[in-house]
Design a protein around this ligand. Structure first.
Ligand code: THU
Length: 164
């Protein structure tokens, strides 16, 4: 026997950042600003992430590459790990992610990589409240999703390790 399952996810698409609510737009502008600090001599792809915490703090991070490729880290994980280390009792309310390239126009909303989705999902499930995700390239549309879980269906999560 076979079942077919269709998943529905909610994605809000805005024509550009001018259509966003003020707090989302200002977080995205922080992500754009920090993307300039990326150390990305190998990919020339500069990513910025900005987090809004429940205590009101804004945490930012950019990608940091390494000549031994796997040793580098994405912008999202730079910011999430900093928040986890320095604000362990605050919740992460939103994350804005953006990227630009030195070689081409990133005119589509950049999407977090699989490893970052897994890491961000850990924080979302630990705090038991959704993290809104705001995504943009260097220009063009902004994509907003209401939770990391929407970005990562069929998660590998804590219950996967339990034997019932
Ligand atoms: N990168 C990020 O910082 N975040 C992502 O979600 C996707 C990829 C970085 C990693 C690497 O430094 C560069 O972008 C190219 O993959």
């Amino acid at each position: 026997m076979k079942n077919n399952q269709v998943l529905h996810i909610n994605v809000d698409v805005y024509e550009d950042l001018n259509f966003l609510e003020d707090s989302d737009r200002s977080l995205l502008l922080k992500a754009i600003e920090i993307s300039e600090s990326a150390y990305a001599p190998y990919s020339n792809f500069l990513v910025g992430a900005a987090l809004e915490l429940s205590c009101g703090e804004i945490i930012t991070g950019s990608n940091q590459e390494n000549v031994a490729f796997p040793s580098g880290i994405c912008a999202e994980r730079t910011a999430f790990y900093y928040a986890g280390a320095n604000y362990p009792n605050s919740k992460i309310v939103k994350v804005a992610v953006t990227a630009h390239s030195k070689q081409f126009d990133v005119n589509y909303p950049v999407s977090p990589c699989g490893a970052c989705r897994q890491v961000m999902y850990e924080y979302e499930s630990k705090q038991d409240s959704p993290i809104k995700v705001i995504m943009m390239g260097a220009s063009g549309q902004v994509r907003i999703m209401q939770s990391i879980a929407d970005l990562l269906p069929f998660t590998f999560n804590e219950s996967s390790l339990k034997k019932y």
